[in-house]
Write a protein that binds this ligand. Sequence first.
Ligand code: BG6
Length: 292
Amino acid sequence: MISFHERFPGITVATVSNRYATAEASLYGAHVLSYRPEGGDDLLFMSSASAFEPGKPIRGGIPLCFPWFGPRFDDPSMPQHGFARTSQWKVVSCEDSPEGSTLVLGLSDDHETRRMWPHSFAAALSIGVGTSLTVSFSVTNTGDGAFTFTDALHTYLNIPDIGSARVLGLEGADYFDRVGAGAPAASGDPWPRKRQDGELSFTGETDRVYLTDADRTLSDRKAGLKTIIKSDGFPDCVAWNPGETKGRNIADLGEGEWRRFACVETGAVFGHAITVEPGATAYQAMTIGKGR
Ligand code: BG6
């Protein structure tokens, strides 16, 4: 079952509930706010200090970064992570089936989006709530010329404590280390390239672009937590946690909450921009589920 109500001025939230799970998603930003498998904890983290106000991004859940990821190095006046997360999306369809429920939201270009990104597009974000959470993103080029975009599902995963969280599945992958780095280098690797040795643990500020689409697992062995993330069509994995110093300075993060999440994001970022020809559609998907 899917129902809608305006939780804050300008923020309408869809509540999805079925025998497998409950989830919430905001039409503002096409933003998944929570996903709770039946009888379990929320797999997603939400900041207790997040803004829920048109014009401001929501801190937690699954922000959608599109049509660019990170800052626009060519134009710093443009919003970080694109405009999708601060746009009002429309409901395209709601459906219940024996496997769960699916909500599809849509966004297309208008005067304001063309001012920031001069292209005609129709984007759809589909949120499938069942024994796992499947978020699919499609972008159709409705204009006359090809365009490119970068994007990410900037997933904030709920964890008891960052100190005991590990990410498995990135072993041996190359990554760009963005901590302390500014704009990307003009040629060659954009940031220092390193190789992941063993599991990823978060020992301080972490901001890395892993060049891999392998399945990954966020685990906390002490707490018995295992969250499995699979991606399709997203070539990169971004791992981010601000660490204590930066975490304290993030105004829309509750006190000490930097310890309570790890962002393990699926994306097509920086050097992996996706090109869409006129009339064509790019398709990507991510599935998150509880492991045993
Ligand atoms: C991550 C980036 O994905 O998002 C970080 O790699 C960034 O560099 C972080 O700080 C949070 O971004 P924002 O705009 O939501 O505060």
